[in-house]
Ligand binder design. Structure first.
Ligand code: ATP
Ligand code: MG
Length: 410
């Protein structure tokens, strides 16, 4: 079963509202085994809506539309659908009663424009909306289901959950989506694809679909079967894990900081951070995890040379000679941070986030990361790119990755 999603609203096209409806609907449909093949966002415009229906209906088994059901003149969806499917607008008494009661309890008149909200095409199934004035509508045309829902996200979600998904689940063709996700680190997306290409060809031949989901420092691989073939997916995942043990680090959606937290909690160990170029972001990543107080003691943010001397006892001679972005400095930061914060592990970061401050020897994007632990200190140099925000983010994700590797090896 294939679906298309159409979101309607000028506000979506000028970036005033972000289209979160499509993401939510796409996720919900894929969970029940419906494959979403296209998402389109279009204007509140009669011709555009009709043309989009002409394109989507022949291709999809189900078309879900959101938006444009409001009482104001800019909302055209209901009028267009009624014409498109050749219906007549009639009053739906249940909707009318709900809307009248709604305005009455708020001591507001039910204006003529709002009364129109109870008008529905006589050739659709009305999906009663408990949370708003506009009902959803379910049409069927030449084997395609077309569902129109309000744009307001909580109204849309309730109608999807209560009315649309249960009706779709009754369809016998649906076997349900089964997917598993594994996380890899230490290898870029294209290199990983090259490394596992034979495995990937095999799973594709077997009718499974593979998605690469890269984010800074991590590439997730999601393997899915739209026909509910658990065995096939499980077998392929186990094969993959034996193929890339050096890159595989977790199966599920846990972040580095979540996995680190679990390990530290188990081992009753603690961490702290001594941060220059990340200046608190690394600490923030760690404390995003509920319960972090069990293993996270705190951070020393020392951005200037003066504070590196004062708070982390970095000798001024070292800073003058090697500079703050150096192996020597970052190792000292980690070791002294470990002492001062009374932790088992301390991560230190120091780098040139840019866009200025680079030299030929240490260009923008040069970052040193060190970890001091029970067995001494280790540092690694990274060369990231030109973008400040990305450099800071990559510093954090790599710092956490190094710590995770260390914890796994100890
Ligand atoms: P109602 O009948 O409740 O007025 P509606 O169908 O008229 O709903 P719209 O007028 O298109 O809905 O949008 C209402 C609000 O819902 C907008 O202000 C917008 O913030 C939000 N919205 C609309 N479409 C989307 C979308 N695709 N993703 C997220 N939010 C949306
Ligand atoms: Mg609108």
């Amino acid at each position: 079963m294939q679906a298309e999603i159409i979101t309607i609203g000028d506000e979506l096209l000028i970036g005033q509202t972000i289209d979160t409806n499509s993401a939510w609907i796409g996720h919900a449909l894929s969970q029940i085994g419906v494959r979403v093949t296209k998402i389109s966002s279009i204007q509140d415009d009669e011709l555009e809506i009709k043309q989009q229906l002409d394109v989507s209906i022949p291709k999809a088994d189900i078309v879900i539309i959101t938006g444009g059901l409001g009482p104001t003149k800019d909302d055209l969806t209901k009028k267009v659908l009624n014409e498109y499917f050749g219906g007549n607008l009639i009053v739906n008494e249940k909707v009318q009663a709900r809307n009248e009661a709604y305005f009455a309890t708020r001591n507001r008149p039910n204006l003529a424009v709002n009364q129109q909200q109870a008008l529905v095409p006589d050739n659709c199934t009305v999906l009663f909306n408990h949370n708003g004035t506009a009902p959803g509508m379910w049409f069927e045309k030449s084997n395609t289901i077309v569902v129109s829902l309000p744009g307001v996200p909580y109204e849309m979600k309730a109608l999807m959950s209560d009315e649309v998904l249960p009706r779709l689940r009754e369809n016998k063709q649906l076997k349900g989506l089964y997917c598993r996700t594994i996380q890899t680190t230490g290898i870029g997306e294209s290199f990983l694809a090259e490394y596992i290409k034979d495995w990937e060809n095999d799973v594709r031949k077997n009718g499974l679909s593979l998605a690469y989901l890269p984010s800074p420092g991590i590439v997730k691989l999601r393997l899915s079967s739209y026909s509910g073939e658990h065995e096939k997916v499980n077998r392929a995942i186990e094969n993959l894990k034996t193929l890339i043990p050096q890159y595989f680090f977790a199966e599920n959606d846990d972040s580095f900081s979540q996995i680190i937290g679990k390990i530290l909690m188990q081992r009753k160990q603690t961490i702290g951070t001594a941060e220059s170029c990340t200046s608190g972001k690394l600490a923030n990543e760690i404390v995003k995890i509920p319960g972090a107080s069990a293993y996270y003691n705190g951070s020393i943010v020392a951005y200037s040379y003066a504070l590196k001397e004062k708070l982390l006892d970095i000798p001024s001679a070292l800073l003058d000679k090697q500079g703050a972005v150096s192996k020597e400095c970052v190792e000292r930061m980690a070791m002294n941070g470990k002492e001062k914060l009374s932790v088992d592990y301390c991560i230190a970061t120091s780098g040139i986030a840019g866009p200025t401050g680079g030299t030929s020897e240490k260009p923008v994007g040069t970052v040193w990361i060190a970890i001091a632990g029970p067995n001494g200190v280790e540092a690694q140099r990274f060369q990231f790119g030109q973008l400040r925000e990305v450099n800071i983010e990559l510093s954090c994700s790599n710092a956490l990755r190094l710590l995770l590797n260390k914890l796994k090896n100890e």
